[in-house]
Design a protein around this ligand. Structure first.
Ligand code: CA
Length: 216
């Protein structure tokens, strides 16, 4: 899952980015509204964390322009005292908001919920055959037994699961698993798929030759 954070306070931006990366997300950053809008339009993010008050283009205007083209889930960050900002954010097309100062655990939970809902899953636990994926706990079991996955393996599994029944191309996997700071290694997706099959069964992920992969 790949997240864009648009935030002009460098310390807060770094803290949020690091927290989400430790959770296995790929994270891109933009320090102002102009760069944020550009990136939001150019890349297929799974969700965007958008500060309301930003240089050049504020969060509301960014959102208004983004919504002309894209439905990317947006979590808006507003000042606690300003109810007006929250209303304006939601009315402009934000999917959720959080008042500053934010609790990072709550921010991550709200992002998970937004991403699930964007894929039509309100419930956090998803079953595919004998595999249970708990997107809240970020844990996986096979026939009731815990399966240990790396952060990237989990991210790949979650992305395929939320898109189950659809063929996902290698390009899409790269775009959703790597951020702008990564140097993607060309065979990394194959390695993760290989490991997931070893852990969850060879049949669990289908290969569609020349097209991509699918689950379910
Ligand atoms: Ca700000």
């Amino acid at each position: 899952m790949r997240i864009l954070i648009v935030e002009d306070e460098p310390d807060f931006l770094r803290t949020v980015a690091q927290f989400l990366r430790e959770d296995g997300y790929a994270v891109d950053a933009a320090p102002d509204g102009e760069e944020g809008l550009y990136k939001a339009q150019e890349t297929e993010y799974d969700a965007i964390v958008l500060d309301a008050m930003l240089p050049y283009i504020d969060g509301f205007e960014l959102l208004r322009q983004l919504r002309l083209k894209k439905k990317t889930p947006v979590l808006m960050l507003t000042a606690r005292a300003r109810v007006r900002d929250r209303i304006q954010g939601l009315d402009t097309g934000a999917d959720d908001y959080l008042a500053k100062p934010v609790d990072l655990g709550e921010l991550a939970a709200r992002l998970r919920a937004l991403i699930r809902r964007a894929h039509g899953n309100a419930a956090p636990v998803i079953h595919v055959d004998d595999v249970e994926i708990d997107t809240a706990a970020r844990s996986v079991t096979l026939r009731g037994e815990p399966v240990v996955l790396t952060a990237r393996e989990y991210a790949l599994l979650e992305f395929l699961t939320l898109n189950r029944g659809r063929i996902i191309t290698r390009t899409q996997l790269y775009e959703h698993l790597h951020d702008e700071n990564d140097t993607p290694i060309s065979n990394l997706v194959d390695v993760h798929i290989f490991n997931l099959r070893k852990k969850l069964g060879a049949e669990f992920i289908a290969t569609h030759r020349g097209q991509g992969y699918s689950i379910g």
